[in-house]
Design a protein around this ligand. Structure first.
Ligand SMILES: Nc1ncnc2c1ncn2[C@@H]1O[C@H](COP(=O)(O)OP(=O)(O)OP(=O)(O)O)[C@@H](O)[C@H]1O
Ligand SMILES: [Mg+2]
Length: 271
C-alpha cells in the first residue's frame, strides 16, 4: 500500500480550525483524501468528527484554514453546487426524512438533492436507478415500504442507496452503524464493501467510534482527540495499541483478524 500523498487529492484540508461559543472544536487539522481511498475517522465522543464531516462536505464553514474539495477552493466557489457533487449521510439527515415516504421515494429524490419527491419529475431511468440502488443494498423487496416502518438497519441501507443515487464524487458516512445490532452492523459493512468494489466508487469517509466497524475494504485512518489529529495514514501502518490508547484515553489492546474479505479489527481495554 502506498504511503505517498495523492497527486490530486479529492479533499485537502490545511490548518483547518473550528471555533464555537469561545471553544476550539477543531485545531489545525491537515488531511488529504485521494482517489480510490476509503478513510475511517476515529475518535471518542465530542472530539469533532461530525464537525469535520460537515466541514469536509461544505455543510459547515471552518473558522480558519484552507479547504479544497473536488478541485474547488472554499472561498472561490459556489458551495451549493459543490454540495450536490458530494453525499453526507448522518443521523441528522435520517431525522429529516418524512416517515411516510416509501424507500424508493427516499432514494429517487436524491436525484435532485431533495427530501421530497413531489417538486420534480423523474424519468424511467431515474426510477430504475433508484430500484437498482435499493437492490444493491439487499432491499429489492422494500421499495414500496414506508421509511418510518423500516428497522434501523434497513433505514441505514436505504440512506446508503440514497447517498449513491446521485453518483457522488465524494461520500461521507457519519456513524452509519449507530444503533444497529450485530447482524445489522455486519450487513452494513458487507454493503460498504460491495460499494467499494465498484471500480467507479467514490472516495469515502466513514466516521465511527469503533474499530469493529471498519470494513475490510477501507484503506486509511484519521484519528482525532479533542479536535486535534493524533495520526493519519494507511490503516495497516497507523492503527495500533498506542494510537487507540492515546485516542480513547485508556490502555487499549488492538487485535487484527484475517477474514476471507480482508482484515477486521477489535479492541478492548488492556487490564
Ligand atoms: N455549533 C456548535 N456550537 C457549540 N458547540 C458545538 C457546535 N458544534 C459542535 N459543538 C461541540 O463541539 C464538540 C464536537 O462535536 P462533534 O459533534 O463534532 O463531535 P463528535 O466527535 O461527532 O462526537 P460524537 O462521537 O458524540 O458524535 C462537542 O463538544 C460539541 O458540543
Ligand atoms: Mg458525531
Amino acid at each position: 500500500m502506498s504511503t505517498t500523498e495523492p497527486a490530486h487529492p479529492v479533499l485537502s484540508l490545511r490548518g483547518v480550525a473550528f471555533e464555537r461559543a469561545g471553544r476550539s472544536i477543531l485545531r489545525s487539522v491537515d488531511w488529504e483524501v485521494g482517489e480510490g481511498q476509503r478513510w475511517v475517522v476515529l475518535g471518542p465522543n465530542g472530539c469533532g468528527k461530525t464537525t469535520l464531516a460537515r466541514i469536509a462536505t461544505m455543510w459547515e464553514h471552518p473558522s480558519g484554514g484552507e479547504i479544497e474539495l473536488l478541485g474547488e477552493r472554499l472561498g472561490n466557489t459556489d458551495v451549493r453546487s459543490l454540495r450536490r457533487r458530494v453525499s453526507l449521510v448522518s443521523a441528522a439527515m435520517a431525522d429529516m426524512v418524512r416517515p411516510a415516504l416509501t424507500a424508493l421515494e427516499v432514494v429517487v429524490c436524491a436525484r435532485f438533492a431533495a427530501l421530497e419527491p413531489w417538486w420534480h419529475s423523474y424519468s424511467d431511468a431515474d426510477m430504475e436507478r433508484a430500484a437498482a440502488m435499493l437492490a444493491d443494498q439487499g432491499l429489492a423487496d422494500f421499495s414500496g415500504r414506508a421509511f418510518g416502518t423500516l428497522s434501523s438497519g434497513e433505514r441505514q441501507r436505504v440512506l446508503l442507496a440514497r447517498a449513491v443515487m446521485s453518483r457522488p464524487e465524494f461520500l461521507v458516512l457519519d456513524e452509519p452503524s449507530a444503533g444497529l445490532d450485530l447482524a445489522g452492523r455486519e450487513q452494513l459493512l458487507e454493503r460498504l464493501d460491495v460499494l467499494a468494489s465498484d471500480p467507479g466508487a467514490a472516495p469515502t469517509v466513514l466516521v465511527t467510534h469503533h474499530v469493529e466497524e471498519i470494513p475490510p475494504s477501507y484503506t486509511h485512518v484519521l484519528a482525532l482527540r479533542e479536535g486535534r489529529t493524533l495520526a493519519s495514514g494507511p490503516l495497516d501502518d497507523t492503527l495500533s495499541d498506542e494510537l487507540l490508547s492515546a485516542c480513547f484515553g485508556l490502555s487499549v489492546r488492538l487485535d487484527r483478524h484475517d477474514s476471507p474479505s480482508g482484515v477486521r479489527y477489535s479492541a478492548r481495554q488492556d487490564r
